[in-house]
Design a protein around this ligand. Structure first.
Ligand code: CIR
Length: 264
């Protein structure tokens, strides 16, 4: 079945830069190892490509230590690509770098102009709506502008809360299919997924929530066996990817790619 929320013809990723050691992090749990990051990143890209998608892998961008996390710079809908306005000062310039790349695929690339802020990591597109979590990176003005920009294509944007202390809304959730999300209990307990089928991450495995459904595969970070078993039992084709180095920078599966199927 073709859906706009997890069937994709394209993806964009960017190789980690040697400056990844300067990437933002809430808590310092150690310096990311570039070589290991590169290996995990290559595995991640190979899994995306294995589904038949065209995966464009951009070269490292030393000016932006966090630029491997391409998801935050843009939102890709079938009709349009939208450059976001990342809420971290060190990352705001990533959107303008990504916009011309998106123009290779889209007839129309527009941008959140501000004054608000919005990170792609706070945006979950489902079949029926766009959920946007307010967070330390995404504010009401950013959500209002996204709402206005996407109204042209009749998208419904719903503002929700990202749990306190959680970087992005999608740090704690992922779309699995038309009706199903994977989420931490702390997020699903807020009621934001009422009406969806929710698979919760296992106790102690909150960090497994940032997964991606990409065509027939579910990519999830390695090391969360109970959550992986729940997803497999629910019928998903789960592939585990090492995420130790991205995790040191609060990053995960969704952050590492833009996934899209341009319709025009
Ligand atoms: C940051 O703090 O912006 C990066 N170190 C991690 C970004 C992760 N991106 C995401 O969750 N979409």
């Amino acid at each position: 079945m073709t859906t706009r929320s997890y069937t994709f013809t394209h993806a964009i990723a960017r190789k980690p830069s040697a400056r990844i050691i300067d990437g933002l992090r809430a808590i310092d749990t150690g310096t990311p190892d570039l070589q290991r990051f590169q290996q995990d990143h290559a595995h991640y890209v190979s899994l995306l490509a294995s589904t038949g998608a065209d995966v464009k892998v951009l070269e490292p961008l030393d000016d932006y230590p966090d630029s491997v996390f391409v998801e935050d710079a843009a939102l890709c809908l079938p009709e349009v690509a939208i450059a976001m306005r990342p809420g971290a000062p060190s990352r705001i310039g990533e959107a303008a770098v990504m916009a011309p790349v998106l123009s290779e695929f889209y007839g129309e690339v527009i941008a959140v102009a501000g004054p608000g802020f919005i990170d792609g990591g706070d945006v979950l597109v489902t079949e029926t709506e766009i959920l946007v979590g307010r967070s330390a990176r995404t504010d009401a003005a950013g959500i209002a502008e996204l709402t206005q920009l996407t109204s042209r294509w009749n998208y419904r944007v719903r503002e929700v809360e990202t749990p306190a202390g959680v970087l992005h809304f999608k740090t704690d959730c992922s779309l699995m299919d038309e009706e199903t999300v994977l989420a931490t209990a702390r997020l699903s307990d807020t009621g934001c997924f009422d009406g969806y089928r929710v698979i919760t991450t296992a106790d102690g495995e909150d960090a497994a929530a940032n997964a991606i459904r990409f065509n027939e595969l579910v990519l999830m970070p390695a090391g969360f066996p109970q959550t992986a078993a729940r997803l497999s039992a629910a019928g998903y084709d789960v592939r585990e990817v090492g995420n130790s180095e991205a995790a040191k920078l609060d990053g995960g599966m969704s952050c590492l790619s833009l996934r899209f199927s341009p319709s025009a």
